[in-house]
Design a protein around this ligand. Structure first.
Ligand code: DGL
Length: 274
């Protein structure tokens, strides 16, 4: 086992799209990935359930020795992060850190738009939380943000139906909805870590002047900046370039599916949360 890895969490496979970029930006650091596949999707669950599951997983990462955990899941970042940071961390261990993906994305999203009109595509949980509206308005108060929940997209990706007629149908449906609601939108933010896998399908349904923004590189760069600024945390983290993968679901299924998200083979272990 690795002594002090950075923990990366998602409800399932989506966070691997973020981990992939983290590994490329910070290759010397050790990472432990955990997907809560047995209880995914999170996007349609209540605040209480997402908070309870996420906290349990964060505690698991701490038990593995992680000084820092990244919630590479927008839904968990929207629904559980703030309570964990404010209420739980002071009781668990004040030296541990938990960060999410919404703030780093909101900090830079304004740099991508020319028209100042941005669309946020996410799970029902992320959209209903209003987290992106709040965070983006702090950094770019002049930007007009529209939101669209795309509840079918996660299962399409999880079930490997990216090239199916269903994928085409549901991608077109939500893209048409959002682009009709505001004709000045020039930037689509994929605010769910599963959605980058639908990028090619999305491209088919949008005009060329609209750009698609995925979070992987944004979050990885932000983690790099964070570690440069917080030398005390960076120094504790172990650096042997090792990666371990865990799933609460079936490990064989995870391994078969994960390379699609990560871009190379993965060998995960199944874990049972108590
Ligand atoms: N990948 C997660 C996110 O970024 C959502 C997937 C799910 O619904 O479990 O929001």
């Amino acid at each position: 086992m690795i002594s002090k890895p950075i923990g990366v969490f998602d409800s399932g496979y989506g966070g691997l799209t973020i981990l992939k970029e983290m590994v490329s930006v910070l290759p010397q650091f050790d990472f432990v990935y955990m997907g809560d596949n047995a209880r995914a999707p999170y996007g349609t669950k209540s605040f209480e359930t997402i908070y309870e599951y996420t906290l349990q997983c964060v505690q698991w990462f701490f038990d593995q020795g992680c000084p820092l955990v990244i919630l590479a899941c927008n839904t968990a970042s929207a629904k559980a992060l703030r309570t964990i940071q404010q209420k739980d961390l002071p009781l668990i261990d004040t030296n541990k850190r938990v960060l999410g993906v919404i703030r780093p994305t909101s900090e830079v999203i304004g740099n991508f738009t020319q028209t100042g009109h941005v669309a946020v595509l996410g799970t029902t949980g992320t959209v209903e939380s209003g987290s992106y509206l709040i965070e983006i308005s702090k950094f770019f108060p002049e930007i007009n943000v529209s939101q669209e929940a795309c509840p079918e997209w996660v299962s399409i990706v999880e079930n490997n139906q990216i090239e199916s007629p269903e994928a085409d149908y549901y991608v077109k449906k939500h893209i048409d909805n959002i682009l009709t609601s505001d004709k000045k939108i020039d930037t689509l933010l994929l605010a769910c870590t599963h959605y980058p896998l639908l990028q090619e399908v999305i491209k088919k349904h949008i005009p060329e002047n609209i750009s698609i923004i995925s979070q992987g590189n944004i979050v990885a760069q932000s983690l790099k900046n964070y570690l440069e600024k917080h030398r005390n945390i960076a120094e504790i983290c172990s650096k042997q370039g090792k990666r371990h993968y865990f799933t609460t679901g079936n490990a064989t299924d995870f391994n078969n599916h994960a390379s699609l998200f990560f871009g190379s083979e993965i060998k995960a272990n199944q874990l049972f949360l108590g």
